[in-house]
Design a protein around this ligand. Sequence first.
Ligand code: FAD
Length: 553
Amino acid sequence: MLEVSNIALPLDAGLPEGGPSVRAALARVLGLDVLDIQGFNLLKRSVDARKKHDVHFVCTYAVQVDHAVQERVLERGVKPPVNVKLHVPYAGYRAPEPERALPERPVVVGFGPAGLFCAWVLAQAGTNPIVLERGRDVDARTADVEAFSKGGPLDANSNVQFGEGGAGTFSDGKLTSGIKNPRCADVLHAFVDFGAPAEILWQAKPHIGTDRLAGTVRAMRERIIELGGEVRFNTRLDGLDLVDDRVRAVRCTDVRSGDSEVIPASDVVLACGHSARDTFAMLKDAGFAMERKSFAAGVRIEHLQRDINRAQYGSAATHPALGAADYKLAVHLPAGRGVYTFCMCPGGEVVCAASEDGGVCVNGMSRFARDGRNANAAVLVGIDPEDLPGDDVLAGVELQRQMEQAAYAAAGGTYAAPAQTVGDYLANRSSSGPARGKHAVQPTYARGVVWCDLRRVLPGFIGDALADALPLLDRRLKGFANPAAVLTGVEARSSSPVRIVRDRTTCMADAPDGTAGCGLYPCGEGAGYAGGIMSAAVDGIRVAECLIGRYQR
Ligand code: FAD
């Protein structure tokens, strides 16, 4: 098969199934007769909207031709910018197998993308992993999150951060990532095998949507159990027992009954995410090496999705082949601080992503259809370790907590969120309600917003950086700083403020006295090795492979 990339196709080309117009286009770029094309399938599709008068798709196809034709095309090549090469089909994922038995079943702490994919590989390798997850299964958790959205109490163990599927379960399910790793294909194929929409395999910016993620996560868990794994919900890791600088057991608590248990374990994967603040404190107290890392914090911005579509796609904005438009923007302020948008959720809503009583933090999610009225994204200000006071390794966690508590207090202590229009924010005056007019945005945050002055909530350097950056971001995307756009605070948990140090080769942390290879494997976003669903899942696979590698030598 040939792999033909960088083919420009009009929005009307009948994608993704591909009608006669695609066949004709493939024949044209390959210099063949249409009858030479025996079959084709879409491998990648992106939207090129750089010129608003010429918004089109850019596609890669696998094309079936007979062997002689294939050789001829490969030899003579095609006219740039189109490229052609031999297509190597996806070969499937095969977990490595240990060469000797593990002393105990490996324990995976946390069932977000990192823990999920780690347990999936460990289960395929026949090691019968035990997963400990402080939150509830995805169905019970969904009910808890819905009850909270409707005004119920916050469950500190079952919420948007904690529970089966991890932090990204109530998300846009974006699977884009900056990492270039062949394991990304394994993650995408696994998601599809477990029920995610097949188009994530060819969309250049794949997303699953919160409504499709839950079923996918449930199906993966069922497979892990079928392969001999065990998943214990409502079970929080509280401590690690080490003997002779080696992990020997995990101490855990059933968060519903309060019962505690000690599970013998020589290999413990710690995939607890960036919100496991009590777990970070436990590791610090136990003396494991941790370091501060850069992170970011700010607010969420909401616009009318219609306005974003128009800004990105011009007059093509209403074309049925185009979904809701997204954006990704960044500026460097003259003083050197970076401000950027993150986790943009087209047609989505702003959600409360708190996991601690008395704190409000926001994030965004959308359904697969991305058909909500508003678009939202985080607008974040970069924070370096040097910005933090003192030398406590958890100073970043403390800053996040302070911001969240300030947001909670500013909005009346009811889990409503503080909000302000961009117009008022830039004019440095408190808001008393949404703007009026054709760009007016009604905030989607389910617990309601309290209109206020967000600068009173945000640390000074974050508030100032946002004010400086909004007009500059508007130059990158027209209307971004529209006075009617709404800012909701605070977005403090876009990434982990700490890294749990691990060895590059073995993925293991040192024991507290510095002895290498103690059997603890920090993994995923909370440990500082990932940012987002895809990279967390890939890190989960990598750590599982490292763990198995310990029993291959
Ligand atoms: P997590 O997903 O945080 O999972 C950690 C798990 O560990 C949790 O389930 C937690 O309950 C459990 N846990 C914690 N402590 C303990 C303990 N002591 N004992 C037992 N269990 C414990 N990323 C994207 O790429 N695309 C998106 O569209 C996207 N949208 C998001 C929307 C929202 C609302 C949120 C909150 C995040 C979003 N993210 C998104 C970020 C993404 O969810 C994370 O990057 C990713 O989930 C990190 O994976 P992880 O497995 O490392 O950690």
